[in-house]
Structures are given as structure tokens and as C-alpha cells.
Design a protein around this ligand. Structure first.
Ligand SMILES: [Cu+2]
Length: 269
């Protein structure tokens, strides 16, 4: 008995180690991801809101799951076969039927309430954002336009030429996005956020990054042959570093708004 339980512990440890080593995470990332129950740690104010809904939903699901296992175990033990005699046959237990209609409804209503509150918070646009960024998703990379300063960076699908989006930390950044060709989707996993980029439409959203760092961005909509080349980099930096970066871009003739930038309304007129 004792050897089999220590064998089980050893097997569990080996399984954990294998999962850690094969998942491509460092120990710290694995720990953070484990705490987030599959989600990366949020790196923006909006992400924090969604993260809380996620944890709440998982907790609700775990509680329902646990309650179900307890009920199953209870009836398996209590109602197990005791004799050859057929037990009393019952049907249409009204209170129980009402209960298992009402309880799921209440659970869904509570989840819906918290989701709607979080969604409104995440989708909120402020009247005077600190920074406005135009996003043009095209086949196959991104153009990011710093609308306040009238400069842009344009990426291309070749390795080393993918676009970089520089953002100041703890500032409200408003995005307005569109596409000249097909539907793309702006996605930064660390911001726990993605939004479709649709030709002929302007989708807007706001993100307040809360942590200096370098994050990967992706296109989350299969948009053609080089969809996999639509990666970009988000660098969240201090306001000083951001100002220096913008000053450098202003000196760069390639950073002047071009024909593609015209797809985004500047808000000046
Ligand atoms: Cu795309």
C-alpha cells in the first residue's frame, strides 16, 4: 500500500516536470500561468478586469463540478443495490424539477451580469485619451500611426521587418483600426484582448498598459497565405522613452504618413 502511494507521488512529479519542460515555459511563467488557470498575467488595466471574470467563472465552474461529484457519490452509495426487490419507482418530483431549472438560470444570470459589467468597462472609450493610435492591418503586416504626432511605422512580412508598436506605460491609449483588404484581428495575448480589423469599418478600443515590457502581437484571423507573418511587437516604455522615440520618428522621412495612413480618420477635420 505504502509503496504504491509513493509510486503515485513519483509519477505525479514526473508528469508535472514533463509538462513544465515540454510546454516551453520558464519555471516562473509556468507558475504564473498555472495561477491564471490557463491565462497569462494581465498587463493592462482592461486585461485585469477580464482576468477577474475568468477567475470567477472558473471558480463557479469548479464549485458546480464539485457539487455534482458529491451528489453523484452520494446517490451511488445511498441508492446502491441492496436486494433483488425493485426499489420504489418515482417520477415527476416537482420541487426537484423546479430546482434544477431555477439553479442553472441563477448561475447563468450571475455570470452574465459580471460579464456584461466587465465588457462595458473594457469597451469604454474616454473623451480625451492620452495617446491615439491608428492601426491598419493589411496583407501581411501592420501599420501603426501615432495620430497625435502624425508619424507611422509600417511592418512587412519578412523576418526582422515586422512592425513595432511603442506605447507609454500607464497612459490611456485609444486605438482606431481598419483594413484595406480582408478581415484581420489585432491581438496582444498579454493584454488578453483581440479585436477584428474590418475593411470599410473603424473599430475603436482603449488599452491602458500597466507594465513596462516587450509583448508579442499577432493577427488572430486567418487572412490569407502569409497570415502567419502578421506578427508584431508591442513595447511598453516610460513616457520619457516614448517621447524620445517619437522625436526620432519625426526625423525619419519613412515615418511620415503615407497613402495607407489615409485610411484612418485623423480627427483633425
Ligand atoms: Cu491578418
Amino acid at each position: 500500500m505504502r509503496t504504491s502511494s509513493s509510486k503515485a507521488v513519483r509519477l505525479t512529479l514526473a508528469a508535472c516536470a514533463t509538462a513544465l519542460l515540454t510546454s516551453g515555459c520558464t519555471g516562473r511563467e509556468a507558475y504564473e500561468n498555472a495561477f491564471g488557470l490557463g491565462w497569462p498575467k494581465p498587463k493592462s488595466e482592461q486585461a485585469e478586469t477580464m482576468y477577474e471574470v475568468w477567475l470567477g467563472s472558473v471558480a463557479a465552474a469548479a464549485a458546480v463540478g464539485l457539487a455534482m461529484y458529491v451528489l453523484i457519490a452520494w446517490t451511488v452509495i445511498r441508492d446502491r443495490k441492496k436486494s433483488e426487490e425493485l426499489p420504489r419507482q418515482v417520477r415527476y418530483n416537482l420541487p426537484i424539477e423546479v430546482l434544477y431549472t431555477v439553479v442553472p438560470f441563477v448561475i447563468i444570470a450571475v455570470l452574465f451580469f459580471y460579464t456584461a459589467v466587465a465588457e462595458n468597462k473594457v469597451n469604454k472609450l474616454s473623451k480625451n485619451p492620452d495617446v491615439r493610435i491608428g492601426v491598419v492591418g493589411f496583407q501581411w503586416n501592420w501599420q501603426f500611426i501615432h495620430l497625435n504626432d502624425k508619424v507611422q511605422v509600417t511592418g512587412s512580412p519578412e523576418e526582422g521587418h515586422m512592425a513595432t508598436l511603442m506605447l507609454p506605460v500607464n497612459k490611456r491609449v485609444q486605438f482606431i483600426e481598419t483594413s484595406p483588404d480582408v478581415i484581420h484581428s489585432f491581438w496582444v495575448p498579454d493584454f488578453l484582448f483581440k479585436r477584428d480589423v474590418i475593411p470599410g469599418r473603424y473599430n475603436a478600443f482603449e488599452i491602458k498598459p500597466t507594465q513596462i515590457g516587450t509583448y508579442t502581437g499577432r493577427c488572430a484571423e486567418l487572412c490569407g497565405e502569409k497570415h502567419d507573418r502578421m506578427n508584431f511587437t508591442v513595447k511598453v516604455v516610460s513616457q520619457g522613452d516614448y517621447d524620445a522615440y517619437i522625436a526620432r520618428l519625426k526625423q525619419d522621412p519613412n515615418a511620415a504618413p503615407n497613402a495607407m495612413s489615409a485610411a484612418i480618420p485623423t480627427g483633425d477635420n
